[in-house]
Design a protein around this ligand. Structure first.
Ligand code: PMP
Length: 433
């Protein structure tokens, strides 16, 4: 189709003069797949438009938030109304209670909700609360789950099945990373062993109940219930990080889908409708430890910002206005996943396809993928060929093998058909290698 990236290449070079690596979040630089990231000029519905005039069907959706599609009229109208009334007051508004009510309706386990400005802030704050409430210090996380970039969770596993975390970035103190224990996802036995050894000192287990940060990896049958049982029996808190899967795998997130009640939940992405928002919440008796109700300090100049609240409210109200919304989202995503799988098979590729609600992913491996180690059997070079061919055929996917794809309400059947048609070219190129 003759996609060119001339202006984006120049913009990227100039951006690097002013911004580290030219981007404000690393994955945007295409470091996983090479090449030039298109610089985006605008977006509408299912489409992104870059500064070279290229048009894409977008399955990144700003990494999850844009579940209604871009510039949805209800969200845009809410923002236009809000902006005329002032952009920030640093004082309470009715909007904050309204969004908290909507969140609690969707996630009844979140009896009290505190708004913050990002998913990172939500997980950072929730760990402080968990440590304060339990008067314990250790945290357990799962290898391949991402919860944001603060020190306690920016850890990777050392060698061995269950290990004290080691920093995943220079600048993370080893003493902080060491307080986090890393275990494999979908492996309840190793988690039980960790609790047998450290149980009395574990404040909380934090998990993406549907993992989206090693590619899309759903929990195995019964796994989340086991995690719930183990944490309960040791008096540790269970934290569901539903920043990505909340309002995605179901309106009420993974906890509604699998019928598991965590003690605390983190949200982000969809609840901000594309503006910077995160939230954490959970059991009232725990959440009442947060200042000013309790002694655990956590604050924010822009927390509960009226523009962000307005976009979030409009998004959640639009999602619930159509009783068929989630059936349609899931149906379209499943149709896409099946279409992609059929094309891959046509070219003799045996890949792994995952889909849950409006999230999907494929792995360039013939091995089943259920945790980080199995995900990393994927051939990232094959993914890069697939990714660039899709991009040059107008399909914008996350530029990494280890990220999920997101469907929106704005994607049409024609979009999905075009995506499947483009995938035939992309899989053909992969098969040719
Ligand atoms: N938790 C999960 C599950 C996420 O996917 C992300 C971001 N992708 C975060 C936390 C961090 O959110 P943010 O980028 O808004 O800080």
């Amino acid at each position: 189709m003759g996609y060119q990236f001339v202006k984006s290449a120049a913009a990227f070079a100039e951006a690097k003069e002013y911004i580290p690596g030219g981007v404000n979040s690393p994955v945007r630089s295409f470091r996983g797949v090479g090449g030039t990231p298109p610089f985006i000029a605008r977006a509408a519905g299912s489409r992104l438009y870059d500064i070279d005039g290229n048009e894409y069907i977008d399955y990144v959706g700003s990494w999850g938030p844009m579940i209604l599609g871009h510039a949805h009229p209800a969200v845009t109208a809410a923002l236009q109304k809000a902006v005329l009334q002032g952009t920030s007051y640093g004082a309470p508004t009715l909007l904050e209670t309204e969004l908290a009510q909507l969140i609690r309706l969707a996630f009844p386990s979140m009896e009290l909700v505190r708004m913050v400005n990002s998913g990172t802030e939500a997980t950072m704050s929730v760990l402080r609360l968990a440590r304060a409430y339990t008067k314990r210090s250790r945290i357990v996380k799962f290898v391949g789950c991402y919860h944001g970039h603060h020190d306690s969770l920016l850890v990777k596993a050392g060698s061995g099945a269950a290990t004290l975390g080691v920093p995943d970035s220079p600048g993370v103190p080893a003493s902080v990373a060491g307080g986090t224990i890393s275990v494999p996802y979908n492996d309840a036995d190793t988690l039980a062993q960790v609790f047998a050894q450290y149980g009395e000192d574990i404040a909380a287990v934090i998990i993406e109940p549907v993992a989206g940060n090693m590619g899309l990896v759903p929990p195995c049958e019964g796994y989340l219930q086991k995690v719930r049982d183990i944490t309960s029996s040791y008096g540790a808190l269970l934290i569901f990080d539903e920043v990505m899967c909340g309002f995605r795998v179901a309106y009420g997130g993974a906890q509604a889908l699998f019928g598991i009640k965590p003690d605390l939940t983190c949200l982000g992405k969809v609840i901000g409708g594309g503006l910077p928002v995160g939230a954490y919440g959970g059991r009232r008796d725990i959440m009442e430890h947060i200042a000013p109700a309790g002694p655990v300090y956590q604050a924010g100049t822009l927390s509960g910002n009226p523009l962000a609240m307005s976009a979030g409210i409009a998004t959640l109200r639009t999602l619930t206005a159509d009783p068929d919304m989630y059936r349609k989202l899931t149906g379209k995503t499943a149709a896409l996943a099946v279409g992609l799988r059929n094309q891959a098979e046509r070219y003799g590729l045996s890949l792994q396809f995952h889909q849950l609600g409006s999230m999907f992913g494929l792995f360039f491996t013939d091995q089943p993928v259920y945790d980080y180690d199995s995900a990393t059997t994927a051939d990232t070079e094959a993914f890069a060929v697939y990714f660039h061919t899709m991009l040059e055929n107008g399909i914008y996917l996350a530029p990494s093998q280890f990220e999920a794809g997101f469907m929106s309400a704005a994607h049409s059947e024609a979009d999905i058909a075009a995506t499947i048609a483009a995938s035939a070219k992309a899989f053909a190129k992969v098969a040719e290698r």
